[in-house]
Structures are given as structure tokens and as C-alpha cells.
Ligand binder design. Structure first.
Ligand code: DGL
Length: 264
């Protein structure tokens, strides 16, 4: 048993989609979350800069005595997960392998779409991981650079958001039966994405899929928390304004959370 928190990192609010699933599946685990909204989006940045920022987030989480770090960000996973995992002596999880496995399991016609940030799509990592496991699956990838700014500015309900999602996803409509939301921000646009792709397309939430892996690792290393809901004291840190983070988080997580500002 281990009551130290699990650390989550993302470029902004996207990792909250992983946290929501964690709260549902592992409600006694304590959370330390860091979102770098001041420097989001990461996706269009050069790999070296993303790597540097990711290390800053990792080092911040290490000061919080975390027992595990979850890269709740596909972009950071694509660029720096392997390296960070090798360097630390606590478990470090990413979202790309769980998302890939879930897509292989879900597809019925062997045609899978991946949407993500420019970095995630250009890295080609989803296609590589999927085809390593299941070479018969065809993968079509599409970068959606306009989606993260919509989510970070809490515009997911606007008509502009609908128009952008509709126009961006047009090349994939009718082409795949399974679509991986390969960016943890995208589940906040899920109803619009589902509407554009059609009800028969299975959407895979890469972040939510990774919570099962968190659970497996906690069991494997015997580091599950042992406590009651009363003892929980989650903390969320953002590098940008507290108010905007709090509004998005409260509505997405459906609970009041404690947010602090940090400068990295
Ligand atoms: N949530 C991050 C991801 O999963 C978004 C990256 C960004 O800031 O562009 O890729």
C-alpha cells in the first residue's frame, strides 16, 4: 500500500480527461496535476522544446513525492516518454500504447483513423505501434491543430467549434470505423466529433484507456492507496490563470477542485 499521490502532466487542461476516468475507476488515489496552459499548445512546437517543457513538468511532479507519473498528453508521450521512463525509478505511463491497443480491439473493418496534434501525427508513432501489434490494420492520420486552442479557451460549445471540427475531419468521414482521439484535449469535443464522424464510428479515448494500465501497474507494484474519500487532498497546478482552469475543470470533473498557480 502506498498513499503517495499519482502525478499527471499535460500541456493544459487536456489531461483532466484522464483524471475524470481515474476518479471513476480508482477513487481513492490522490492526484497531483500539472497543466502548462501558459505554453499550450505544445503540438506545433519543435520536439526539442516539447522535451524541455516535459522535463520541467516531470521535475515539478517529482518535488511532490509522487509514486507514479502519467503522461496525460499524447504529444509529450510521443516526444519524451521513452526517455523519462528510462531515467526515473518510479513507473511512468503514457497514453499512446493503451490507445493503440484499444483501437486494434475496436476496429471491425481494419480501418483506423488517428487524430492528434501536428507533433503526434508527424511522429507517426500511433501507426508504428498499431502496425507492430497488428500489421493488417490500416491507419490514416490527421493533424487537428485548431482543436486544442478551442478547448483551452473553453469554446467547445460554440458554433465556431462545430464548424472547425466539421471542416477538419472531412477527409476521414466514411473512411474508418474506429477513430482514436490521440490528444487528451479532444474528448472535450467528443459530441461534435461523434456527430461529424457518424454514430457507427467507435471513438477511442486514449487517456481513459490508460487508466486501466494505471490500475494494472498499481496492482503489480502493490502500491495502491489505502484510504477513504475523506483523506483525499488533490491539487491541481496551472502555469496560466487559475480561473479559466477552474471553470473547465469543475464542469468536466463535476467536482470542486483546488487549483494553484505555478511558474516553471
Ligand atoms: N493534450 C495534449 C495531447 O494529448 C495536447 C497537446 C498540445 O498542447 O498541443 O497531445
Amino acid at each position: 500500500m502506498d498513499n503517495r499521490p499519482i502525478g499527471f502532466l499535460d500541456s493544459g487542461v487536456g489531461g483532466l480527461t484522464v483524471v475524470r476516468e481515474l476518479r471513476r475507476q480508482l477513487p481513492f488515489e490522490q492526484i497531483v496535476y500539472v497543466g502548462d496552459s501558459a505554453r499550450a499548445p505544445y503540438g506545433p512546437r519543435p520536439a526539442e522544446q516539447i522535451r524541455e517543457y516535459t522535463w520541467e513538468l516531470v521535475n515539478f511532479l517529482l518535488t511532490k513525492n509522487v509514486k507514479m507519473i502519467v503522461f496525460a498528453c499524447n504529444t509529450a508521450t510521443a516526444v519524451a516518454w521513452e526517455e523519462v521512463k528510462e531515467a526515473l525509478d518510479i513507473p511512468v505511463l503514457g497514453v499512446i500504447l493503451p490507445g493503440s491497443s484499444a483501437a486494434i480491439k475496436a476496429t471491425r473493418n481494419g480501418k483506423v483513423g488517428i487524430i492528434g496534434t501536428p507533433m503526434t501525427v508527424n511522429s507517426d508513432i500511433y501507426r508504428q505501434k498499431i502496425q507492430l501489434l497488428a500489421p493488417q490494420v490500416a491507419v490514416q492520420s490527421l493533424a487537428c491543430p485548431k482543436f486544442v486552442p478551442i478547448v483551452e479557451s473553453n469554446e467547445t460549445g460554440s458554433s465556431v467549434a462545430k464548424k472547425i471540427v466539421y471542416e477538419t475531419l472531412a477527409p476521414l468521414v466514411g473512411k474508418v470505423d474506429t477513430l482514436v482521439l490521440g490528444c487528451t484535449h479532444y474528448p472535450l469535443l467528443r459530441p461534435i466529433i461523434q456527430n461529424v464522424m457518424g454514430p457507427e464510428v467507435t471513438l477511442i479515448d486514449s487517456g481513459a484507456e490508460c487508466v486501466r494500465d494505471i490500475s494494472v501497474l498499481l496492482n503489480y507494484f502493490q502500491i495502491n492507496a489505502s484510504r477513504t474519500e475523506r483523506d483525499l487532498d488533490h491539487t491541481y497546478y496551472t502555469t496560466a490563470g487559475i480561473d479559466s482552469f477552474q471553470i473547465i475543470a469543475n464542469s468536466w470533473l463535476n467536482e470542486e477542485i483546488h487549483v494553484e498557480h505555478i511558474s516553471l
